[in-house]
Design a protein around this ligand. Structure first.
Ligand code: TPP
Ligand code: MG
Length: 550
């Protein structure tokens, strides 16, 4: 067998069933091996951000490591936005990159160069195989790094001479993350001491709580402490069932707003997340004065990065939650009373928010569809078993509170910052579970970074329902310009997608979808129903003309 055969066999044996990719000349021996029976299915993406987004959605929806094949420096250059997204969202991913014959590399050939140097600042792991006898070792370390903890993308560069070298089968690859356990006794005892004495504790839960399936333990901990649960800013996954009376929603994205949201709490328990990844600068501290931080995360590099904790614990957050529950023991009357008050306050705030959004949805915006109206229509159309993926930016600002109770695993939000993730992720999620309905929302701007995924979805028989919030431009950047300049001017260079206005429905049809448009608020409900019917048999798109700024 060749290095390529051995690579693919080891990946199959590890559980890899699908490889997302876009090949070039430096990957052709691997393509040849892919054609042999029993090898993973190859899903072609027409451009690398689509390849990466599909792999990302596949992983996030299934909890399995995804696998990618891209083309030497040009392919990896295009894929790096997806490497960034996967690193931020802690998505386990093995990225195989072809490389030129090693003997040609010193001469800087047309196809070949420093793949590892390109990947290293962003990926969790990047190495090139330089001897065929190292292939198994490098792969094993890459898979281990991909699973983490914390999980992330691992890049392996394989030169053509290694792909074609004769070799035997490779040793088995790791099949999952190392379990860090609950953390040290001393640290857990210290955390317990702080929490047991807290008068107003608060929990912030991140993606790594969701990954461990620790939602129910988290609910039990919140009830036991009488603490509200916030989701981390920019969380990709739901850590807990949002029907939990303690679920307060997602924290805001600026330090000063986080400070205000946490004000009055004396102990902050942050689980499975960075503290805090903020969007940009804001005045003042992020943590409320005098509050003690307990920070539990899989990644020791995150602990103390921005805020020094009183107690820092490198642990599996789910196991740490169980360790704390065991120490806290039976409910205490003061905490139970607090839990009731927290639940009552949250229910009151939630209904005020929902009422406000309903009012905004019904408000007159000169006849056009508002983001609020679109969010309400989407929330009402989808079912509890659907997977909803959101890269709708300004138009879906109001969607989360309208979704009602959702279970962990039923929503994915864009975390990585590189646009063009949503639709490809939806396609990957549908490939991971062909029985699950997937509804994805995109802005008109963000859609254009990954629209070719429609073709992959159509070709793979992986229908998804796509709602496009078409407001004719980059509305979120208009918001930014208003904040920056204090003016309401709307003709900034580079923020509009008019002249010519894109025929988004036409482009989607060109890639193999059915597509309809909706312009009037009164037609939204019918249009959503029609979208979901069309999505039963093929990729279906609804382009909603959303009034800019509404
Ligand atoms: C790959 C990439 N390029 C550029 C950006 C910068 N960017 C952030 S938001 C945005 C516009 C998004 O527009 P749209 O999806 O239409 O949403 P809207 O702001 O209109 O709600 C852009 C270009 C980015 N985040 N990622
Ligand atoms: Mg837009």
């Amino acid at each position: 067998m060749t290095g390529s055969d051995a690579l693919l066999d080891a990946m199959s044996e590890q559980g890899v069933q699908v490889i997302f990719g876009n090949p070039g000349t430096t990957e052709l021996p691997i393509v040849e091996s892919l054609a042999a029976p029993g090898r993973p299915r190859f899903v072609l993406g027409l451009t690398e951000p689509v390849v990466m987004g599909m792999a990302d959605g596949y992983s996030q929806a299934s909890g399995r490591m995804s696998a990618v094949l891209v083309h030497v420096q040009p392919g990896l250059a295009n894929a790096l936005s997806g490497v960034l997204n996967a690193a931020r969202a802690r998505v386990p991913m093995l990225v195989i990159v072809g490389q030129q014959m090693q003997e040609l590399l010193p001469g800087a050939p047309f196809l070949g160069g420093d793949v590892v140097g390109m990947a290293r600042p962003i990926a969790r792991f990047a190495e090139e195989v330089s001897h065929i006898q190292d292939l198994g070792d490098v792969l094993a370390r890459a898979v281990m790094a991909a699973y983490g903890p914390p999980a992330g993308p691992a890049v392996v560069s394989i030169p053509l001479d290694i792909q074609s070298a004769v070799c035997g089968p490779l040793p088995s690859l790791p099949r999952g993350p190392v379990d860090l356990g609950p953390g040290g006794h001393a640290e857990l005892n210290a955390a317990f001491g702080l929490l047991a004495r807290a008068a107003r504790p608060v929990i912030i839960a991140g993606d790594s709580v969701a990954d461990g399936g620790a939602g129910q333990s988290l609910s039990a901990l919140a009830a036991r402490l009488g603490a509200p649960i916030w989701g981390e800013p920019f969380g990709a996954r739901l850590p807990v069932d949002t029907g939990d009376p303690a679920w307060r929603g997602t924290l805001p994205r600026f330090g000063s707003a986080i400070h205000d949201a946490l004000a009055g709490h004396d102990v902050v328990l942050a689980l499975g997340m960075p503290v805090f990844r903020v969007f940009g600068w804001s005045p003042g501290p992020t943590m409320p004065e005098g509050a003690a931080l307990i920070h539990v995360d899989l990644d020791p590099a995150e602990i103390g990065r921005m805020v020094q904790p009183v107690v820092g614990i490198t642990a599996n957050p789910g196991a740490a939650i169980d360790g704390l529950l065991a120490r806290l023991g039976l409910p205490e009357p003061a905490a139970t009373q607090r839990a009731q008050a927290v639940g009552h306050d949250i229910a009151r705030m939630r209904s005020a928010v929902v009422e406000g959004i309903h009012a905004a949805a019904c408000a007159d915006s000169g006849g056009g569809i508002t983001g609020a109206a679109l969010s309400v229509a989407i929330a009402e159309a989808i079912g509890p078993g659907d997977l909803i993926i959101d890269e709708g930016l300004t138009a879906t600002r109001h969607m989360r509170p309208m979704l009602g109770p959702r279970a962990p695993g039923s929503c994915l939000w864009h975390r990585g910052s590189a646009l063009g993730w949503g639709l490809p992720a939806a396609v990957g999620a549908r490939i991971a579970d062909p029985t699950r309905r997937v509804v994805v929302v995109q802005g008109d701007g963000s859609l254009m970074f990954g629209i070719q995924a429609i073709w992959s979805a159509a070709r793979e028989g992986a229908p998804v329902a796509l709602v496009v919030a078409d407001n004719g431009g980059y509305e979120v950047l208009e918001d930014g310009m208003r904040a920056l300049t204090g003016t309401d001017r709307r003709d900034w260079p580079g923020l509009h997608l008019a002249n010519p206005r894109m025929d988004i429905a036409g482009i989607c049809r060109g890639f193999g979808a059915t597509a309809e448009c909706v312009r009037m608020p009164a037609d939204l409900v019918g249009a959503m129903d029609d979208l979901l019917v069309r999505a039963q048999t093929g990729v279906a798109v609804l382009v909603a003309e959303v009034a800019p700024g509404a």
